[in-house]
Design a protein around this ligand. Structure first.
Ligand code: GDP
Ligand code: MN
Length: 388
């Protein structure tokens, strides 16, 4: 329930407006920025924002990654805006593009069809590569090997509030694995089969829910149950040709719509353009098994699976609520969606759709009221302080 997440498990790390607490230890961490030369302006905007609101006090290094080569203008310009060391890395073919077990023609045809169907980014080959890279490879890049933590930065994002404490250190101390600030609902047509595979993974590995999985489940109202069952029945299988035939294929045969055991995905996911997370979790055997199974389904090509629902469903299967941190004190904007605690209308849900969908009983409604009382009090006390 809401109360469980917001109060028992996940308090804000620091309440109130502080002078920057930057005289403590530093974490072994870096900003990770995947970008192209043409995005330089947006990258600079993001750097200005994070430097002004955080990094001018903390000086965490940056790792810039690109499937192409950064040009000298890009390198020189970003260097001017960083208050910390920078490294530039290339993403090679082992982490980007079609692996040798895919039938490239089938994959490209799949992408073309998604373009025709006007699925958002569905017809854009490079976007599929990017999502797959952020789902299963970035943490394997050689430049990230020395780091334990990363903070993802994208072009054209904005931080509104001063972040005067070290989120890595706080996550370490609170024993957190994954931090987010915005959760939204995915466009259903981009991930029609994602949940079948994620759910099958959980079942095949005999994973018991640690409590986070339920947050990604739809809670159908009585009269909607029939329609949902119909939906599941009509779900198209991913085409045979794209599925791999290497060891592990047996697992795939087990995946049947019934694998969902009546559960269905509520489309909620942590918006991964902001992420602070422990790299060791991504490097773990379990996460990589999950990625490999998802990857082998062909869903990164035949559908347009984003890294956000991939990371989120992996977290649902492998982590519990206490491993997750909601940075509700961070004011953050990416394109049209933002979360700014100091400016949020008091009764507006802070963009966690699963909170809405899990509120059913009278008891939970009371919990929600209490949650909001806490939220309002924190606001008065200055959570999200110095938002500009
Ligand atoms: P959106 O946030 O979903 O609209 O997607 P973006 O276009 O912002 O892409 C997500 C991240 O991947 C951003 O950091 C982009 O700079 C980066 N990115 C996307 N496509 C490519 C690509 O083809 N090459 C490189 N090097 N970076 C990319
Ligand atoms: Mn973006």
């Amino acid at each position: 329930s809401i109360r469980k997440i917001s109060e028992k498990y996940d308090k804000v790390f620091v309440t109130g407006c502080l002078e920057p607490q930057n005289n403590g230890p530093r974490a072994n961490a870096a900003f990770v920025v995947l970008a192209r030369n043409k995005e330089l302006e947006g990258v600079v905007q993001s750097m200005k924002s994070i430097e002004r609101h955080f990094n001018r006090w903390f000086h965490y290094p940056y790792v810039f990654l690109n499937d192409g080569d950064f040009n000298s203008t890009f390198k020189e310009t970003v260097a001017k805006h960083a208050s910390a060391p920078i490294e530039f890395g290339k993403v090679d073919d082992s982490m980007w593009g079609y692996p040798n077990w895919t039938d490239k023609d089938v994959a490209q045809e799949g992408i073309r069809k998604q373009g025709d169907a006007a699925i958002m980014y569905g017809g854009m080959e490079s976007y599929h590569h990017m999502c797959r890279f952020y789902s299963g490879f970035f943490y394997k890049h050689e430049l990230l090997q020395k780091y334990e933590w990363y903070w993802r930065l994208e072009p054209e994002i904005k931080y509104f509030c001063d972040i005067t404490y070290d989120p890595f250190i706080h996550m370490e101390r609170a024993n957190k694995t994954y931090g987010f600030t915005i959760a939204v609902k995915e466009l259903r047509e981009t991930v029609p089969n994602i949940f079948r595979y994620a759910s099958a993974y959980k079942r095949l590995k005999n994973l018991k829910s640690q409590g986070l999985w339920e947050m990604f489940l739809e809670r159908p109202k009585e009269d909607e149950e029939e329609t949902l069952k119909e939906d599941t029945k009509n779900k198209k299988e991913l085409p045979e040709e794209i599925l791999h035939t290497e060891p592990g294929a047996d697992d795939m045969e087990d995946i049947h719509p019934d694998a969902m055991e009546g559960e269905s995905y509520n489309m909620c996911h942590f918006w991964s353009n902001f992420e602070i997370a422990k790299l060791d979790w991504f490097r773990s055997q379990e996460y990589n098994d999950f990625f490999e199974m998802m990857d082998r389904s062909g869903g990164f090509w035949m559908e347009r699976w984003g890294d956000a629902p991939i990371h989120s469903l992996a977290a649902g299967a492998l982590l519990g609520p206490s491993d997750i941190h909601y940075f509700r004190d961070f004011g953050y904007r990416h394109t049209t969606i933002q979360h700014c605690p100091a400016n949020a209308p008091a009764r507006q849900l802070p963009r966690i759709p699963f909170l809405e969908t899990t509120t059913t009983s009278e008891k939970e409604r009371i919990a929600e009221d209490e949650y909001w009382a806490t939220y309002d009090k924190e606001k008065e006390n200055g959570v999200g302080c110095r938002c500009k």
